[in-house]
Design a protein. Structure first.
Length: 317
């Protein structure tokens, strides 16, 4: 039976190109000319010493690119990128905790992870806020002090409650900020005798936002015994007025069981102190920035103190 030589009918991988090796059609080699690529021998005549490519120019009489490589000379510890023209480049890796982000139009970079709320700092007295590393934004809640309730020493009269401090809420970009002065207003001090209550102190977060304290309640024997006015706020994305103190009453005309009037105003954080009733004394403001209760003559003559303010700083990366 006759034998028919079909020749090489498939590609044969010959490994790395060797100038001393004779190659024939469909032999495939790997050769580096700027970048590592694979070449297939295409000449009908077997030969050696025919370099596949020189200076980026393929030896097209003997070889054809089988699989072209790309030079990635970008250096160590870098991320390989391409620009809008397809040019390969290297982006140096960021620092610990950073992630790869789109930082602009067709631009990549390493930046802090957007991990949301990281920590909270709380101030119940004045001080200095110091930004931790990695924080870019803060949400501040600034509440002023509550006013104290009015006092009373006249039978059949009930003093009014103190007003609550206002509250400002603001989101602030602190990328270029290191420290901020924090002021926290105290609650209005208690009063005795026939005296109006004291206003609460103002609170602020630097020059960004601030709130004023609640007004003091009025003493019971003063005609219109209206509650202390709630404080106001300014500079925040949200500005909330404090609640007014509850009114008292002049000449209530009961001898032994005077009803409860004069509760302190409610703040953003919660309710104020209870006003005096019968022989139960007025109560200090309960929540931050709330007003103190007003007194009556049967319980004692002290108008209760307002509660101090607070500044809360929520820190976000």
């Amino acid at each position: 039976m006759a034998t028919v030589d079909l020749g090489k009918i498939s590609f044969v991988n010959k490994g790395t190109y060797d100038a001393s090796t004779t190659y024939e059609e469909r032999d495939v080699v790997q050769f580096t000319d700027g970048a590592l690529s694979s070449y297939v021998y295409i000449n009908a005549t077997p030969a050696s010493g025919q370099t596949p490519s020189t200076g980026g120019t393929v030896n097209s009489s003997h070889w054809s690119i089988f699989a072209g490589g790309v030079s990635l000379a970008v250096g160590n510890n870098k991320v390989v990128t391409t620009d809008g023209s397809g040019t390969v480049g290297g982006l140096s890796i960021g620092s610990t905790g950073q992630v790869l982000k789109v930082t602009g139009t067709n631009t990549l970079g390493f930046a802090a992870a957007s991990a949301g709320l990281q920590s909270i700092q709380t101030f119940t007295s004045s001080g200095t806020y110091t930004k931790p590393s990695g924080i870019t934004k803060v949400k501040v809640i600034v509440t002023a002090g509550g006013g104290s309730g009015g006092a009373n020493n006249t039978a059949d009269d009930v003093a009014s409650g103190g007003g609550a401090g206002g509250t400002a809420i603001e989101v602030i970009d602190v990328s270029s900020v290191s420290t901020v002065t924090v002021t926290v207003g105290s609650g209005g001090a208690q009063v005795s005798g026939a005296s109006h209550g004291n206003a609460g102190g103002s609170s602020s977060f630097g020059s960004y936002c601030s709130a004023t304290g609640g007004g003091g309640g009025r003493e019971g024997n003063s005609g219109g015994v209206y509650g202390g006015a709630g404080g106001s706020a300014t500079g925040g994305n949200i500005n909330i007025e404090g609640g007014d103190g509850i009114n008292g009453q002049d000449n209530i005309y009961t001898s032994s069981y005077e009803s409860s009037f004069g509760n302190g105003g409610s703040s953003f954080w919660g309710g104020g102190g209870r006003g005096a009733t019968h022989n139960n004394g007025a109560q200090t403001g309960k929540a931050y920035g709330s007003g103190g209760g007003g007194s009556n003559a049967l319980s004692n003559t002290n108008g209760a103190a307002g509660q101090g303010g607070i500044v809360v700083v929520e820190e976000y990366a």
